[in-house]
Design a protein around this ligand. Structure first.
Ligand SMILES: *[C@@H]1O[C@H](CO)[C@@H](O)[C@H](O)[C@H]1NC(C)=O
Length: 355
């Protein structure tokens, strides 16, 4: 049973909003940000029997100073769903490294970043305590990153970014645009993708110097992830292992007496997941209407082969360490991606042979 006290608890979904937007200085975007926050700020209320409702936000709490802060790190692009669910479960915003949320200085509970990808910045100094690594099949992660870059019109200056903002999440690049970008950036982005995983798995090891980054050694943050979540499993209508893993981690993180965060009651969590999934305007990815669907953003069979090889190499690197839960989870997920890549490569070869 959920107590009356719980019934009155306000649960916020929402936050990140244009979280994946890079290059942008929040001060330039206050108006747009406010508008979006207004639309998307909703709260999840636990009701009796595990039902939940999403109502307009009426209050918002700041976590106490002692509460653990979690850094959510992933290769950039297209993981809004995960941030929204985390917001819904914790009743707190997820801020972002570019401070697009404007919350960077507010000692936020969770902050998302793509560090050490070049489209990210270690802007939070010593504010964070622990890390969650979110990964996604590069076959989807790289096109999602490109789409985000495209929507910003490859903006290098703020003026053009501002002009493009209304189009964010509404248009997709044409397939030819994707292919040109892909062929030029494939190697770089594959390197960045693998480096990102290695950096965090190795507790913040700079893949160029081989040293642990001072960001990790000189700040209190534990750069070795507490958990790895597979976005492709997470982003589903029905809760799967990744969703339960997250719930458990949040419980562990916020169970201490010093914590001021109350994680959404277990029985209402699945309901919150449903509500986020079923609210298309929260999920910009789902509301893109113009342009080809993401399955049309393909890779050549050669590129799929390279992708597969890089993942096999990474899997083999961590295979000897699978007695650790973290390595076990990584290897499990990479194995899944490798199978999918292999299957797609076979189809792609057939397509190419008919061309
Ligand atoms: C983040 O944004 C807020 C709100 O615009 C601003 O007050 C704050 O100074 C920004 N912090 C940083 C580090 O840019």
């Amino acid at each position: 049973m959920i107590s009356v006290h719980r019934l009155s608890k306000r649960r916020v979904i929402a936050s990140i909003i244009l979280g994946s937007i890079l290059f942008l200085n929040v001060n330039m975007h206050v108006l747009e940000r406010d508008r979006i926050l207004e639309i998307h700020r909703e709260l999840t209320q636990a009701l009796e029997g595990g039902d939940c409702s999403i109502d307009p936000l009426s209050e918002f709490t700041t976590p106490s100073a002692e509460t653990k802060r979690t850094l959510l790190t992933s290769y950039p692009g297209g993981k809004r769903f995960a941030w929204l669910v985390i917001s819904a479960l914790t009743n707190h915003d997820v801020a972002d490294d570019w401070n697009f949320s404007g919350k960077l200085d507010e000692n936020v509970l969770t902050l998302k970043t793509s560090w050490p990808h070049e489209d990210s910045t270690w802007s939070w100094n010593d504010q964070m305590d622990q890390t969650i690594l979110l990964i996604r099949n590069p076959r989807w992660a790289i096109p999602a990153y490109h789409t985000m870059r495209y929507e910003l019109d490859f903006a290098v200056d703020f003026a053009s970014s501002l002009v493009r903002i209304p189009f964010l999440y509404t248009i997709r690049p044409a397939v030819e645009v994707w292919e040109a970008w892909r062929d030029e950036n494939f190697e770089t982005e594959m390197d960045a993708y693998i480096d990102h995983i290695n950096y965090w798995m190795e507790g913040g090891r700079d893949q160029t110097t081989g040293e642990i980054s001072t960001h990790c050694s000189e700040n209190k943050i534990d750069c070795r992830p507490k958990e790895i979540l597979d976005f492709d499993t997470f982003y589903k209508e029905n809760p799967d292992t990744e969703f339960y893993k997250l719930g458990t981690l949040l419980d562990e993180t916020f169970s201490g007496p010093e914590s001021s965060v109350e994680v959404l009651a277990a029985q209402a969590r699945v309901c919150a997941l449903d509500k986020v999934y079923d609210t298309p305007e929260l999920l910009h990815d789902n509301s893109r209407t113009i342009g080809p669907l993401s399955p049309q953003f393909r890779f050549t069979s050669t590129q799929l082969q390279i992708m597969e090889d890089r993942l096999i190499e990474t899997k083999n690197k961590y295979l000897p360490l699978v007695t650790n839960k973290l390595e076990e989870d990584l290897v499990y997920t990479l194995t899944r991606y490798i199978k999918l890549l292999n299957a797609e490569k076979t189809v792609q070869l057939q397509i190419e042979s008919q061309e």
